[in-house]
Design a binder for this molecule. Structure first.
Ligand code: KG4
Ligand code: ZN
Length: 367
């Protein structure tokens, strides 16, 4: 079963060919980040125009890399929301045209579901776990200790149901209980900024570049995460699993205005403290949810999963609770079409096929 998948919900144009819901035959991603950088954020009009320019060559490249022709495709999958309407429309129109002309099924995929399914791809994703957990218990897989003393599986392994998925990107911050294929419960979401958005906005305010997440991650390594004490928002039980990041963002902005950090050390301390506040909240709520819902695994998804402090601290906390942490390789954490092809495979298996009236849904929800 070979699925051609398209993803154009935001500022990445991507096409992939995925076999049997797990094997990535190709995954081509064209990032537009250079075109949006000077604006410090994504300009929707530019995004949709750029998608139109590159979608056809990207599809061709994905087929060529997979070494197949259109005729060998069994189904066409495409993201239909959430995202920017003008961007989504480009992928949807292309997918419809291909599916229609080939007489193959069209499968509309929820982008958020796609992010979760990045954890089901055969992509040498990491399972980070206490060594003791595996001792003698899973002899079908070979585990190699990596430098950090963590365990990395040499073959792909998918999270066991039920698991908690922390989906953190530039547009979303969600804590999801994944009970089985296609069965999700959103436990909490951000009430204002997404985690990645907070990183991007602080970086923009400091004038240190775009996108802010990777830049702050790198700078924070030189700083003291305890230098400035920012409040950890909404950790009290009454807020459940919701998040809020705009308060931290304002506190950081006020700190910058009052203290005027000028040296690279001062800026490093500030961004390290900001990052630590965000990571503490994400980790605490993920662990709490896994324990409450008796999950033995936490899966990460979305661009912010690339954050080194988040990975390190989630793994450290999970280890103490005997919970496995699944983290797809960075290229499958950020927007890509392979995750859409993977999600579509399970929809096709459940006979969930779209009709040709499929339209973009900008604020599509999960479940
Ligand atoms: O999933 P993604 O590629 O796109 C969507 O937003 O859907 O995520 C992009 C976001 C940006 O906000 C970027 O700053 C953030 O992920 N990001 C990071 C890191 N790498 C990317 N945030 C924190 N630390 C990182 N290392
Ligand atoms: Zn995304």
């Amino acid at each position: 079963m070979k699925i051609l998948a398209l993803e154009t919900s935001c500022d990445e144009t991507s096409a992939a060919v995925v076999k049997d819901g797990k094997e990535i035959l190709s995954n081509v991603v064209a990032s537009q980040v250079e075109f949006h950088r000077k604006y410090g954020g994504i300009v929707p009009e530019i995004a949709s125009r750029k998608h139109i320019e590159v979608i056809n060559p990207i599809i061709k490249e994905a087929l060529d890399k997979a070494n197949i022709t259109f005729k060998e495709i069994d189904a066409v999958a495409v993201t239909y929301g959430p995202g920017l309407v003008g961007s989504l429309l480009v992928g949807i129109c292309a997918a419809k045209a291909i599916a229609w002309s080939l007489g193959k099924p069209l499968i509309g995929v929820n982008h958020l579901e796609g992010h979760i399914y990045a954890n089901f791809l055969n992509s040498k994703s990491e399972i980070l776990n206490p060594k003791s957990r595996f001792a003698g218990s899973r002899n079908t897989l070979e585990y190699n200790n990596n430098e950090a003393g963590q365990i990395q599986n040499s073959k792909s392994q998918i999270p066991k149901f039920p698991f908690v998925c922390l989906l953190v990107s530039g547009g979303h911050t969600l804590l999801i209980l994944v009970e089985e294929h296609g069965k999700y419960r959103t436990l909490g979401r951000t009430r204002d900024d997404a985690a990645g958005e907070a990183f991007d906005k602080i970086a923009r305010f400091l004038g240190i570049g775009y996108p802010g997440g990777p830049i702050i991650d790198k700078m924070a390594k030189e700083g003291n995460p305890r230098a400035v004490e920012f409040k950890r928002p909404m950790l009290e039980k009454e807020y459940g699993y919701d998040f809020s990041f705009s308060g931290i963002k304002t506190a950081v902005v006020n700190q910058i205005r009052n203290q005027k950090p000028v040296t690279s050390n001062q800026i490093a301390d500030l961004v390290a403290s900001f990052q630590q506040a965000i990571v503490d909240v994400l980790v605490e709520k993920s662990i709490r949810a896994a324990k409450e819902y008796r999950c033995k695994a936490i899966a990460l998804a979305g661009g912010v999963s690339a954050n080194s402090a988040l990975r390190r601290e989630l793994v450290a906390r999970a280890e103490k609770e005997n919970i496995a942490v699944h983290i797809p390789p960075v290229e499958y954490c950020t927007d890509n079409a392979a995750m859409i092809g993977c999600s579509a495979y399970y929809e096709l298996k459940a006979n969930q096929i779209s009709d040709f009236r499929l339209s973009p849904v900008a604020s599509l929800k999960l479940g």
